[in-house]
Design a protein around this ligand. Structure first.
Ligand SMILES: Nc1ncnc2c1ncn2[C@@H]1O[C@H](COP(=O)(O)OP(=O)(O)OP(=O)(O)O)[C@@H](O)[C@H]1O
Length: 293
C-alpha cells in the first residue's frame, strides 16, 4: 500500500515550476512532508489527490497508475484535508458531517458511528450542534480532518492538519493520525518540525520544488551529528560576537548570562558542549546555507 512518484514536474501557467522532477516512494504508515513556505508541498498533495495534473512524470497509488480514466478509482481510495476548506457555514458540525457522509455514500448507521467516534477523538463532541460558521479556526480544521477520515480511506493526505490548534489539540490530532495510519498510508504536511518528530519515522524535506532529503528521521538526525554546539556566554554582546561568525539557532537567557545554540561543521572557537540533537536541529542543519557552516 504505497504511493510511487517518478520524475514528476508541475508547472503553472505563469511558468512557476512548483514541483521539479521529483521521485518519492511513500510507504505504509505516516510519512511527513516538511518544508518552508512555497516549497511545493501543497502542489504535490494536489497532484496526488488528482486536483492537479502534472506536466511530466508518473504516479502510482497501490499499483494504479494516475491517468484520467483511473481518477475516480483513485479518489475512492483517498481522503484529503486541503489547506483551505470552507464547509457549509449554515450547517451544524454534525449535519455537515452527515451530509458529507451521504455524498460519499457511506451507509447511514456506519456513518453515524464514525461521526460519534471521530467527534470524540477530536474533542468536538461538545461542539457538534454549533454551526460551522460559529467555529474557531482550530475547530474547523478538526471538522476538516474528520471529513477526510470519514470514509476510512486506505490513503489519507492531510495538508497542515495541525495549523491553528492549541498545544493540547495538536497532540490529540497527532495521536489520532498515528492511530489512523495503522495499516494505511498517511501523508502529513507541516511547517512544524515537532509534529514530524512526534509522529513519523520517515519524512521528505522540500525546498523550491525538489527534495532536499528523503529518508528516515533517524538518518536525518545522524547527518547533524557533531554539528550542533552549545556555549554559555556572559550576555548579549558576546552572543552577537558569535552570531557574526556562526549560524545561531537559539538564544536563551539564563541566571548566569546566556546559552547559545550553534550549527557548525567544525568546533566553534569558544568552550562548548554538544547537546542531544533534536529533529529541529537536524532540519536547520539541512536547510542552512553550506557557506555559513
Ligand atoms: N495556482 C498557482 N498558480 C501559480 N503559482 C502557484 C499556484 N499555486 C502555487 N503556486 C506557486 O507554486 C509554489 C509552490 O506553492 P505551494 O503552495 O505548493 O507551496 P507549499 O510548500 O505548500 O507552501 P506553504 O507551506 O506556504 O503552504 C509557490 O511558488 C507558489 O507561489
Amino acid at each position: 500500500m504505497s504511493i510511487v512518484i517518478k520524475q514528476v514536474t508541475v508547472e503553472f501557467k505563469n511558468h512557476v515550476r512548483a514541483v521539479d522532477q521529483v521521485d518519492l516512494t511513500i510507504p505504509r504508515g505516516i510519512y511527513g512532508l516538511l518544508g518552508e513556505n512555497g516549497a511545493g508541498k501543497t502542489t504535490l498533495m494536489r497532484v496526488l489527490t488528482t486536483v492537479l495534473t502534472p506536466k511530466e512524470g508518473e504516479i502510482w497509488l497501490d499499483h494504479i497508475r494516475y491517468e484520467p480514466q483511473q481518477y475516480e478509482t483513485i479518489k475512492r481510495k483517498l481522503g484529503y484535508l486541503p489547506q483551505e476548506l470552507n464547509l457549509y457555514p449554515g450547517l451544524s458540525v454534525r449535519e455537515c458531517l452527515e451530509y458529507l457522509g451521504e455524498l460519499s455514500q457511506i451507509p447511514k448507521n456506519i456513518c453515524k458511528k464514525r461521526i460519534d467516534f471521530y467527534l470524540e477523538k477530536t474533542g468536538l463532541l461538545p461542539h457538534q450542534k454549533k454551526k460551522m460558521r460559529q467555529l474557531s479556526g482550530g475547530m474547523k480544521r478538526r471538522v476538516g480532518l474528520i471529513q477526510a477520515m470519514l470514509g476510512e480511506p486506505e490513503f489519507l493526505i492531510v495538508d497542515e492538519p495541525t495549523t491553528g490548534l492549541d498545544p493540547e489539540e495538536r497532540v490529540r490530532i497527532r495521536n489520532l493520525l498515528v492511530d489512523f495510519a495503522k495499516g494505511r498510508t498517511v501523508l502529513f504536511s507541516t511547517h512544524v518540525v515537532e509534529d514530524i518528530a512526534a509522529t513519523c519515522s520517515n519524512l521528505a524535506v522540500m525546498r523550491k520544488g525538489t527534495f532536499l532529503y528523503t529518508g528516515t528521521v533517524q538518518d536525518l538526525l545522524n547527518h547533524a551529528k557533531g554539528k550542533i554546539w552549545m556555549a554559555a556566554v556572559s550576555g548579549e554582546d558576546e552572543a552577537r560576537g558569535l552570531e557574526a561568525k556562526y549560524h545561531i539557532t537559539s538564544k536563551q537567557y539564563t541566571e548566569e548570562g546566556m546559552t547559545v545554540k550553534m550549527i557548525s561543521d567544525t568546533r566553534p572557537a569558544v568552550p562548548c558542549t554538544q547537546p542531544q540533537i533534536t529533529l529541529e536541529d537536524a532540519y536547520l542543519y539541512l536547510m542552512a546555507p553550506k557557506e555559513t557552516l
